[in-house]
Design a protein around this ligand. Sequence first.
Ligand code: P6P
Length: 281
Amino acid sequence: MKDIFKAIEEVAFSIDSAIKNEDLGYSDSENSSGEEQLKLDVQSDKIIEDRFASVSSVKALVSEEKEGVLEFDNDGEYTLCYDPLDGSSLVDVNLSVGSIFGIYKGELKGDNIVASAYVVYGPRIELVWVEKGKAPILYRAKGREFKEIGEIKLNPKGKLNASGGTQQHWEAKHKAFIDGLFANGYRLRYSGGMVPDLHQILLKGGGLFSYPATTDKPNGKLRQLFEVIPFALVYESAGGSAIDDKGKRLLELVPSHPHDTSPCFFGSNSEIEALQVAYGI
Ligand code: P6P
């Protein structure tokens, strides 16, 4: 998978350049989830598609920005499922955004993810890469190269609380649980960008990221293949936990459609255990 890692390094610099220099306007199209696409969404997706067309170990691409599967004519063994620019609507207020990559072997489901990566486009470009069975590794851009910084390990208990979703649509048990964390001194850290919000918890001592089932989004908002399962591999590999609202490991999800979503909770073990008690799961 070294060829995949190298391609992700290269597209990270290209997308970062597009963020900093290209038009922020809306395109005249929608993605598969019916969301209006920014020109940056479309451009980031093309950067990834063009680069991975020459990665011989990748036989197909599935993008959050497009319907269907793009098959390549090669003997590759992996399928790359990716969100090219998650949280792209935050670019026009100069907040950090990210790209998310899930590398799958075989059927597209949680059990079959073999590696994942994400890139954070912020004051610095940072990249986290994880292979199943190993610890996540943090890399930081210096000039036009990524330098390895070290392994990421989640503390058993943290102090940050990233509580997603519209609060007026939270279920009562979720609101009571989140209010309880704040009553116990947890600090709100939520930008509306999944990548920087989850990255911050990983690097700043742990805590909880939650995007629950809500009355307006009963299956949650975040996509299983492109966002939820890749980050579940990162969090479990860092020593934390990642579950849905029924207590199922997110790495056991089996999407019935490539754009299926799931309620999701990522965090240090202490906070996930507290959630399980509060939810009775
Ligand atoms: P809400 C960005 O649009 C995104 O897909 C994720 O990056 C982020 O975690 C979530 O939506 C934010 O959603 O409903 O809390 O604004």
